[in-house]
Design a protein around this ligand. Structure first.
Ligand SMILES: Cc1cc2nc3c(=O)[nH]c(=O)nc-3n(C[C@H](O)[C@H](O)[C@H](O)COP(=O)(O)OP(=O)(O)OC[C@H]3O[C@@H](n4cnc5c(N)ncnc54)[C@H](O)[C@@H]3O)c2cc1C
Length: 292
C-alpha cells in the first residue's frame, strides 16, 4: 500500500530537529532507519503528518565505549554494533549475540538500536537486551536532556517515555566488568523473522563464584519486553547450579504472558521462555568457565 500524505523535513542539526518536533508536536514522528516506521506507514497503521528525518545528524552517529558505559547514538546502525571491534569481548556477549539475530543483514544496515527501543515492538530484540543490561535512554525534551531507566522507558506496546516534541538522543549500556558474560537466545521461524520467543541473560559473578547480579528479560512475552524479577532475585548471591537454573527457568515460564499468533500458541511460547532462559544462563555461565 502507499502511505497517507505527509510532509518530509530533513534536519541538518539536532537543534533543527528539535525545532521541527516542537513546532509539529503530536503530528510529527522521528524517522531514523525507517525499518519499522515506513512499513507501518505503508500499512497505514501509522499516519504521521510530518516526518523529521534525523539521518544527517552525524553527531548522533556514534558508539562510544569507556570503563563505565557503552553509549549508542540515535543513528548508529545495528550493523555498526554487529561489527564493532570490541564486540567479541566476553563482557559484551549479550549484545554480541543479539546484534547477529535482529532482523536480517539488510535491515540491520539501516535499523538503529535506539529506533528499536523507541518503537518498542512486543517482539523486539533490543528492548529485552536493554532490560537485562539495565540500560538507560537519553531523552531530550523542552527542559533539556534526562536519563530514563529502561524499565520506565518501555511503557506499553509501541509506547515509550518519549513525549510530544521529544527525541531520544542515545542509549547507555553500563559496561560490565570482566567477571560478566551474557547470552541472547532467540527462536525464530526463519532468519529475519521476529522472535517466537527470546531471552536476554547477563550474569556477573563474585570472586567466590556466587552470582553478584543477574539480568533476565524476555521478548515476545507480553505487551512489551519484560524483566523476570523473580529469576534475578533467585540468582543473586547464589552459587550457580542445575537446580538454581531450573528455578529461574520456572520463574520465566510464570512471568511470560505472550499472545497466541501464527508463530505459536500461548503454551508453546511460555514453554520456550523457560527453556531459553535456562539455555541462556547455562551459556553465560559457560562463558565464565562455570558448568551448571
Ligand atoms: C523485514 C524486517 C524484519 C525485522 N525483524 C526484526 C527482528 O527480528 N527483531 C527486531 O527487534 N526488529 C526487527 N525489525 C525491526 C527493525 O529492527 C527496526 O529497524 C527497528 O525496530 C526500528 O529501528 P529504525 O531505526 O528503523 O526506526 P524507525 O523505523 O525509523 O522508527 C521506529 C519508531 O521509533 C521512533 N523513533 C526512532 N528513532 C527515534 C528517536 N531517536 N527518538 C524518538 N523516536 C524515535 C519513530 O518515530 C518510529 O515511531 C524488522 C524490520 C523489518 C523490516
Amino acid at each position: 500500500m502507499i502511505p497517507a500524505a505527509f510532509d518530509y523535513l530533513r534536519a541538518h542539526s539536532t537543534d533543527e530537529a528539535f525545532a521541527y518536533l516542537q513546532q509539529h508536536g503530536a503530528e510529527a514522528r522521528v524517522l531514523a532507519g525507517g525499518q519499522s516506521l515506513i512499513p507501518a506507514m505503508r500499512f497505514r497503521l501509522a499516519r504521521p503528518a510530518v516526518l523529521v528525518d534525523i539521518n544527517e545528524l552525524k553527531d548522533l552517529d556514534y558508539l562510544r565505549i569507556s570503563d563505565q558505559v557503552l553509549a549508542i547514538g540515535a543513528i548508529a546502525r545495528d550493523s555498526d554494533v554487529e561489527r564493532a571491534p570490541w564486540i567479541g569481548e566476553r563482557r559484551w556477549t549479550l549484545i554480541h549475540d543479539a546484534s547477529r539475530v535482529v532482523a536480517d543483514p539488510v535491515v540491520r544496515q539501516m535499523g538503529t538500536v535506539v529506533g528499536s527501543l523507541c518503537h518498542n515492538d512486543p517482539a523486539g530484540d533490543w528492548t529485552a537486551v536493554a532490560l537485562a543490561s539495565r540500560a538507560t535512554v537519553v531523552v531530550r525534551g523542552k527542559a533539556g536532556a534526562r536519563r530514563v531507566p529502561i524499565d520506565e522507558f518501555l511503557v506499553d506496546s509501541y509506547t515509550t517515555a518519549v513525549g510530544e516534541g521529544e527525541m531520544a538522543m542515545g542509549a547507555e549500556f553500563p559496561a560490565p566488568d570482566d567477571r560478566t558474560a551474557g547470552s541472547y537466545q532467540k527462536v525464530e521461524r526463519k532468519v529475519g523473522d521476529f522472535a517466537t520467543a527470546a531471552a536476554a541473560v547477563q550474569v556477573s559473578l563474585n570472586a567466590d563464584g556466587t552470582v553478584r547480579t543477574a539480568g533476565v528479560a524476555l521478548s515476545a512475552a507480553g505487551a512489551c519486553a519484560v524483566r523476570v524479577n523473580a529469576a534475578e532475585e533467585l540468582l543473586a548471591g547464589q552459587k550457580p547450579s542445575a537446580e538454581l537454573i531450573r528455578a529461574a527457568s520456572n520463574a520465566a515460564w510464570q512471568r511470560s504472558a505472550p499472545q497466541a499468533d501464527l508463530r505459536g500458541t500461548v503454551q508453546f511460547k511460555k514453554h520456550l521462555a523457560g527453556v531459553l532462559v535456562a539455555r541462556g544462563l547455562r551459556q553465560a555461565l559457560a562463558r565464565l568457565g562455570v558448568q551448571a
